[in-house]
Design a protein around this ligand. Structure first.
Ligand code: SF4
Length: 348
């Protein structure tokens, strides 16, 4: 089986040449898929029938994902998609909607090996890395679902999986999403979010494109961060900071930090002070996110009063941050929850 979304346009042109076809035919195919959002070969009417038959003979597919659940939040601020893959595994994508833009949060692995204690995706470990086409097709499928008059403007690689642990496929997928012949989403509108995998951050800093970077930080004190994110043992805060400075020096881009507020654990004045100190020489923006409870974890969401006090302490010290309302908690929008429920239903 061959998948269109596994290839850069230039690679498809080469493949077509090897088939004895003109390279512009490959460009026509790419246009159908990314610009006209058409994945059915039979409907690509400007491709000659013998060519379509030849491609069918090669089992060339433009999409492999099957949408099995689509769930809107009550206030229609988020839509969660659960996709079945060719091997029956499942991945999630979440569409976040504000009036001015639509942002799709995409997955890069089935499950996740990183085991952050507050996250549903890491609960059962990792099953496998996604292929390039499986990452690209999440965007393609949701764009198709939105209809011809609408489209996704931003991508965050913040769904299931640690993108830096599937680096090569993730980067190739982002190149296709970013390309002028592809989905034309600007590099600055594409954010890679990592739990702090230092070698991946260094590689991203050396890429020709200026993709944005977000860090799941969640604590600026090593002991606390290790307690909720065991990856901190391998890449402690000091090493992470060096890699982030390198990224900033090479890209001159502010870094976004995600900080899930967990009652009594990382929401105290000492935590805000540590956060301020950690970020004092790094241009950054912090998203404070009240914890969204998941099954099997003992964390609690801080009271609204405690959330605001933490936010205010940072703002009073001129640390730029936003306090997010949790979008879509009524549709299991926390990373990995919908898949986990479905998997449990199937196996129980
Ligand atoms: S937060 Fe991200 S890195 Fe951590 S377990 Fe969940 S998916 Fe993996």
């Amino acid at each position: 089986m061959l998948y269109v979304c596994d290839y850069l346009q230039s690679e498809l042109e080469e493949q077509f040449k090897e088939l004895g076809e003109k390279p512009y035919r490959a460009r026509q195919l790419v246009q159908w898929v990314y610009k006209k959002r058409e994945t059915d070969l039979a409907k690509m009417t400007d491709l000659p029938e013998p060519l379509r038959e030849k491609l069918e003979g090669l089992s060339l597919k433009s999409s492999s994902l099957k949408m099995i659940i689509k769930k809107d939040s009550g206030e229609n601020k988020a839509t969660k998609y659960l996709f079945e893959l060719k091997d029956k595994n499942m991945v999630e994508s979440v569409l976040l909607k504000v009036p001015s833009r639509k942002t799709l949060c995409i997955s890069t692995q089935v499950g996740c090996p990183v085991d952050c204690k507050f996250c549903a995706s890491g609960k059962d470990g990792v099953v496998r890395n996604l292929d390039v086409h499986e990452i690209v097709e999440q965007v393609l499928m949701v764009n198709k679902d939105l209809g011809a008059q609408d489209q996704i403007q931003n991508i965050v690689v913040m769904g299931m999986g640690e993108p830096m642990l599937n680096y090569d496929r993730m980067i190739k997928a982002l190149r296709i999403i970013n390309a002028h012949w592809g989905m034309e989403i600007g590099a600055r509108h594409i954010t890679v979010s990592t739990s702090g995998i230092v070698p991946g951050i260094k590689r991203l800093a050396d890429e020709p494109e200026s993709f944005s970077l977000a860090i799941s930080l969640h604590a600026a004190i090593d002991e606390k961060r290790t307690e909720i994110m065991p990856i901190n043992k391998t890449y402690p805060l000091k090493d992470l900071k060096l890699a982030l400075k390198e990224y900033f020096n090479k890209k001159n881009r502010n870094i976004t930090f995600e900080y899930i507020l967990l009652a009594g654990l990382n929401d105290k004045p000492e935590d805000a002070r540590a956060l301020e100190k950690y970020l004092s020489d790094l241009p950054s923006k912090i998203n404070l996110i009240p914890y969204n409870p998941i099954e099997g974890a003992n964390f609690k969401t801080p009271t609204v009063y405690a959330q605001r006090a933490f936010y205010q302490q940072l703002m009073d010290r001129s640390v730029f941050c936003t306090l997010r309302e949790t979008k879509g908690s009524d549709i299991d929008a926390a990373c990995g929850q919908l898949r986990l429920r479905k998997v449990k239903k199937v196996t129980s």
